[in-house]
Design a protein around this ligand. Structure first.
Ligand code: PEP
Ligand code: MG
Length: 555
């Protein structure tokens, strides 16, 4: 047995076979491998092609239900492309004539087809280049999965090993088989880690060179409470960790007793415990955890894993579903916070030396107004179907808020003219995640209905500690007195102006700070669903009156 030590991100135990993460074939170079057995390569292609067709049929049916015929059609178009005789003939002839592997033949065919589409006059045909690339990637990934299944004798549980994973790579993990992941790099405060917590995936990061290629296909256990990974674990370790896993499950069972209970302290102070989500597929966790609502919907995640911007209608359908599924509970939708560690290819963001303090979030939206307006229209339209609030990220000035409100009013005005329903009194809020926003929170409070304190960024900007940099991770201290004082300033300014105030950074689930947040009078804490019941338990044990003065004096 080999024990690797890193840092656990989400408390959990996972068992599986270690498998190196394979990046998208087309993202890396498409190596040509000489093969003499043409028949084997052709069979591989045909088998993967059939698998891809089945996947597309399933996707079509799912999309039909979720977003309707018009948008589901794309999967039928992809199916037709895969079945195109010329496409298949090109792949087969490259395999035979160039003695090439199937993956290379697919890549070359894709590139040739893309070029001819791109050279066409019509916009519509030019856009088909993206589709041909997409279907080709799908077939190659089916080939990869075939060989994985051979390597792992079928449907065994898998633990992914990687140098690092991006947020969209985490989103695309196949949760049916992937039980956890381990990485050489990484930071607890990156969006990759935040997503892992939100999705309840046990993971251990920062393993460095300890994670070696020869562990591929070894049995492994992740204990992310202890930040440990056991490779080829011995019988005693397996038994111990099975027991630990059972205890976790028993604790989760016990916490279920807190479902349906109020978020209220012993002396009657109320607070709302809400969930942070990145997609409507996470709504299951909200029901499971009995959250009071969605305190942060990170809308940028619906822009990921695609090759082009989601249209207004596509976004509307997602937001509408969110509103409807919550049955009156509130959902705070944050407008696009893309940039920094959340890169999306089709945004074509420029290279930046300091992306975390660069072109991101509201700065992009106020620059690329069409994207912003499309999103606002979609959110407003969805607000007719439930209790939606809208939140703007990375604010540093009053000027930005006034510009945003002007754009919002223009979009509202257009909807009224078009006689499209929306909530005329929709509540608007801003993220308080920069020191500037904290220091002018008295001024900003006059312009909005609520504040959401984004401590993940507020900590990095206040302490000048990059949240992504694991070298200085030890300096990223959420309990630093400077941070607590900032939260207090925001709270006081919010209260004076009758503005609701919540915290939606990871700190919201820090049990050791719950008393402090209650003493300050925070109205809402929003966190990964997995923590809600244990925080509810803690809230219900606290008598704020008796501790408030002492806590506030120490700040
Ligand atoms: C934050 O900064 O605290 C926050 C909630 O936003 P994100 O983590 O998405 O940057
Ligand atoms: Mg932030």
């Amino acid at each position: 047995m080999t024990v690797l030590k890193g840092r656990g991100v989400f408390g959990g135990i996972a068992f599986g076979v270690l498998k190196a993460f394979k990046r998208d074939y087309f993202g890396i170079n498409s190596e040509k491998i000489y093969v003499s057995d043409h028949q084997n390569e052709i069979e591989k292609f045909k088998y993967a092609k059939d698998l891809a067709i089945k996947q597309l049929d399933n996707l079509y049916n799912e999309a039909l239900e979720e977003v309707g015929e018009e948008h589901a059609m794309i999967f039928q178009v992809h199916r037709m492309m895969i079945e195109d005789i010329e496409y298949a003939n090109s792949i087969i002839s490259i395999i035979i004539n160039e003695n090439a592997n199937a993956e290379y033949a697919i890549w070359l065919t894709s590139r040739n087809f893309e070029r001819s589409f791109e050279a066409m006059e019509s916009d519509y045909m030019q856009q088909r280049a993206v589709d041909v690339r997409d279907v080709s990637k799908r077939i190659v990934s089916c080939i990869n999965n075939l060989s994985d299944e051979h390597g792992f004798s079928g449907r065994r549980s898998i633990i992914i090993g990687a140098d690092d994973l991006t947020p969209s790579e985490v989103l695309e993990l196949n949760r049916k088989v992937v039980k956890g992941f381990v990485t050489m790099l990484g930071s607890e405060n990156s969006h990759t880690s935040i997503l892992a917590r939100a999705m309840g995936i046990p993971c251990v990061i920062g393993l460095g060179e300890q994670l070696r290629p020869e562990f591929e296909k070894c049995e492994a256990i992740i204990d992310s409470f202890a930040g440990a990974v056991y490779i080829s674990p011995d019988r005693v370790t397996v038994k111990r960790l099975k027991k630990k896993k059972e205890l976790c499950e028993q604790r989760a069972e016990f916490l279920n007793n807190f479902k349906g209970k109020e978020d209220v302290t012993l002396d009657g102070q109320k607070i709302e415990l809400c969930a942070n989500i990145g997609n409507v597929t996470d709504l299951g966790g909200i029901i499971e955890s009995d959250a009071r609502g969605v305190g942060l919907f990170r809308s940028e995640f619906i822009f990921m894993g695609r090759s082009d911007y989601p249209t207004e209608d596509e976004q509307f359908k997602i937001y509408k579903k969110l509103a409807q599924k919550l049955e009156g509970k509130h959902a705070i939708i944050r407008t696009l916070d893309v940039g920094a560690d959340k890169k999306i290819d089709y945004f074509n963001l420029p290279y930046e030396v300091n992306p975390a303090i660069g072109y991101r979030a509201i700065r992009i939206c106020l620059d690329r107004i069409a994207i912003f307006k499309t999103q606002i229209r979609a959110i407003l339209r969805a607000s007719a179907f439930g209790n939606i609030k809208i939140l703007f990220p990375m604010i540093i000035s009053l000027d930005e808020v006034l510009k945003i409100k002007q754009i919002l009013n223009e979009v509202k005005h257009n909807l009224i003219q078009e006689e499209i329903e929306f909530d005329k009194n929709i509540k608007i809020g801003i993220m308080i995640e920069t020191p500037a926003a904290v220091m002018i929170s008295d001024i900003l409070a006059k312009e909005v209905d609520f504040f959401n304190i984004g401590t993940n960024d507020l900590i990095q900007y206040t302490l000048a500690v990059d949240r992504q940099n694991d070298k200085i991770n030890f300096l990223y201290n959420p309990r630093h007195i400077a941070i607590l004082r900032m939260i207090k300033i925001v709270c006081d300014n919010a209260k004076k102006n009758n503005v609701r105030v919540g915290i939606c950074g990871e700190i919201a689930a820090d049990e050791t700070l719950i008393e402090t947040f209650l003493a300050m009078g925070i109205d809402e804490l929003s966190m990964s669903s997995a923590f809600i019941l244990s925080i509810r338990k803690r809230v219900r044990e606290i008598d704020v009156k008796t501790i408030k003065d002492k806590i506030l004096k120490e700040l």
